[in-house]
Design a binder for this molecule. Structure first.
Ligand code: HEM
Length: 143
């Protein structure tokens, strides 16, 4: 895989470092009262997909596609109401996990930029979307 191109996966230390990153990130998700209810009771499967996706995305082996198919991440996130608050929590946990694991430059900036942009792209809900349901509208605003 070392063809002279810069490779984040290799620079940070490959599978073992991404494994630590995902473990640390998920420990933070598990302790987050805003995000925990959005995730299933059993976090193990999602954790493994996250590991396979991130290693693939950052230049490692294409195991996510082999096992799961095309990522289509926005579509896979559509069941979860991701608003600005959820996105901010998610991103804060990922950045904290990167620091805890000790991911260094230049990969650190590349990964941070990606996580900031991609987490924004995953937003699919207005703040307090539940309040925008028809039956919560004042009667005069219903049509
Ligand atoms: C950089 C942005 C993000 C990336 C790369 C990402 C990546 C992933 C991946 C790879 C999966 C597993 C998909 C599969 O089933 O194959 C997943 C699941 C999930 N993500 Fe994200 N995600 C991002 C942002 C977010 C945000 C902002 C939220 C909101 C809190 C979120 C919540 C979830 C939830 C609830 C699941 C389902 C977990 C499960 O079924 O166990 N994600 N994400």
């Amino acid at each position: 895989m070392s063809d002279g191109e810069f490779n984040v996966y290799e620079q940070v230390g490959g599978d073992s470092v991404f494994r630590q990153l995902v473990d640390d990130f998920y420990a933070r998700i598990e302790a987050d009262p805003v995000l925990r209810p959005m995730f299933p009771d059993d976090l193990e499967a999602g954790k493994e997909w996250q590991f396979l996706f991130l290693t693939q995305f950052f230049g490692g082996p294409p195991r996510y596609n082999d096992e799961r198919g095309h990522p289509r991440l926005r579509m896979r996130h559509s069941p979860f109401p991701i608003d600005q608050t959820a996105r901010d929590h998610w991103l804060a946990h990922m950045l904290a996990a990167m620091d805890a694991v000790g991911i260094t430059e230049p990969s650190r900036s590349l990964m941070k930029d990606y996580f900031a942009r991609a987490s924004t792209a995953m937003m699919n809900a207005e703040p307090n979307a539940g309040n925008l349901m028809y039956w919560n509208l004042p009667r005069e605003d219903r049509s």
